[in-house]
Design a protein around this ligand. Structure first.
Ligand code: NAD
Ligand code: ZN
Length: 377
């Protein structure tokens, strides 16, 4: 089958690889029809991980079931399914509590399993014609009859919609609250969208890319352009000096330096500064510990910069980690099905898999207009 494979730093290619197949009785085989490129793929693309060459990328997958193992009861051939990026078993101590990003069965000793991802188990990705889905009954979200008509919306359910929602859940966003979101990438835009769905009264989104800030404005958020002055000051101005009730970190370690300071940028400290005392902060941006220095917000020792003292003094709370996609997926699917959410607003490109390498280049450079790419094998 054809698949997009990692070849080395900033090199991916579409190649012939062994066909994905049912290997265990609990597996489901899916013919992929939509597979998105994610900001998280860029960590591997840029060569910041130890991913081996030849691995198929892609953890945001959707398609049609073409084969099921003998032990699969619920999912059927012909079902249209969206596949949460975390692979869970459904029966370990973490999965039992909805913490499927931290499944103890699929990648023991590490933080769960993910398709086509460094350090997250041996699983192949879905930027390919077919994908093997382990524990298929648990890991397939079966879609309603409008699956094809709303495919670009449902494709956002594999990762970024639930991840954005997770940021608002970690920050415990409640009706009527004000929220500041750092980062207007796909994840930040989904966090802002989720905050609005949860009834936030005012959502401010910080970034500097005009196209991304425009999308934030389009959904009813207030764009905060940090190239025009410190974000913290702008957010304090917008909230009468007290700061936002809640905050979401949707940038991760690959941050631009907002004001040319000597020290590394710190969206974490900017959040502490722009969220009110006793407010809460949800961090879904990824801080890869093994990538010291460089044009990002890690210290020379490769540590995230976080001022615990100021955070403590303000009595704030913080939640972190990967999104437990399964925990939100049914509810977010219902919002799409009933026409109450349309997360595909941020999809900028739908391209054949063959054009994947070119799409990676554009998305990696944050080229204007390349917000979210769906590849179609
Ligand atoms: P992205 O790189 O497209 O978006 C990040 C945005 O942040 C960019 O638009 C960039 O201009 C902006 N930014 C950079 N520095 C900034 C600063 N100092 N202040 C404000 N904004 C700044 O990536 P994405 O796809 O939106 O993903 C964002 C992060 O979320 C990544 O770290 C990704 O790995 C992570 N992620 C986490 C999960 C999870 O489960 N927790 C899932 C998916 C993605
Ligand atoms: Zn992703």
């Amino acid at each position: 089958m054809k698949a997009l494979v990692y070849e080395g730093p900033r090199q991916v290619k579409v190649a012939d690889v062994p066909d994905a197949r049912v290997e265990r009785p609990t597996d489901v085989l899916v013919r992929i029809t939509s597979t998105n490129i994610c900001g998280s793929d860029l960590h591997m693309y840029e060569g910041r991980t130890d991913l081996e060459t030849g691995r198929v990328l892609g953890h945001e997958n959707l398609g049609e079931v073409v084969e099921v193992g003998a032990g699969v009861d619920r999912v059927q051939v012909g079902d249209r399914v969206c596949l949460p990026f975390n692979i869970g078993c459904g029966f370990c101590a973490n999965c039992e509590h909805g913490r499927t990003a931290y499944c103890l069965t699929v990648n023991p000793g590490a933080a769960g399993g993910v398709y086509g991802y460094a350090g997250m188990g041996p699983y192949q990705g879905g930027q390919a014609e077919y994908l093997r889905v382990p524990f298929g009954d648990f890991n397939c979200l079966v879609l309603p009859p409008d699956a094809e008509e709303k495919e670009a919306d449902y494709a956002m359910l594999s990762d970024i919609f639930p991840t954005g929602y997770h940021a608002t859940e970690l920050a415990d966003v409640s009706v009527g609250e004000s929220v500041v979101v750092f980062g207007a990438g796909p994840v930040g835009l989904m966090a802002a969208y989720s905050a609005l769905l949860r009834g936030a009264s005012k959502v401010m989104v910080v970034d500097r890319h005009p196209d991304r800030l425009q999308l934030a404005a389009d959904i009813g958020a207030i764009p905060v352009d940090d190239s025009r002055g410190p974000a913290v000051e702008q957010v304090l101005d917008l909230t009468g000096g007290t700061g936002a009730d809640k905050g979401c970190e949707c940038v991760g370690y690959q941050a631009h330096d907002p004001d040319g300071r000597e020290e590394p940028a710190s969206t974490l400290n900017d959040l502490v500064g722009s969220v009110r005392a006793t407010g809460a902060i949800g961090v879904v941006g990824l801080f890869l510990p093994q990538d010291p220095g460089g044009p990002d917000q890690l210290s020379r020792e490769g540590k995230a910069v976080f001022d615990l003292g100021e955070f403590w003094f303000k009595g704030q709370r913080i939640g972190t980690g990967q999104a437990n996609v399964k925990a939100y997926n049914r509810r977010l699917r219902a919002l799409i099905h009933e026409g109450r959410a349309k997360p595909s607003f941020l999809v900028s490109h739908e391209l054949p898999l063959q054009r994947g390498p070119e799409a990676y280049e554009h998305f990696d450079r944050r080229d204007e207009g390349w917000t979210k790419v769906i590849l179609r094998p």
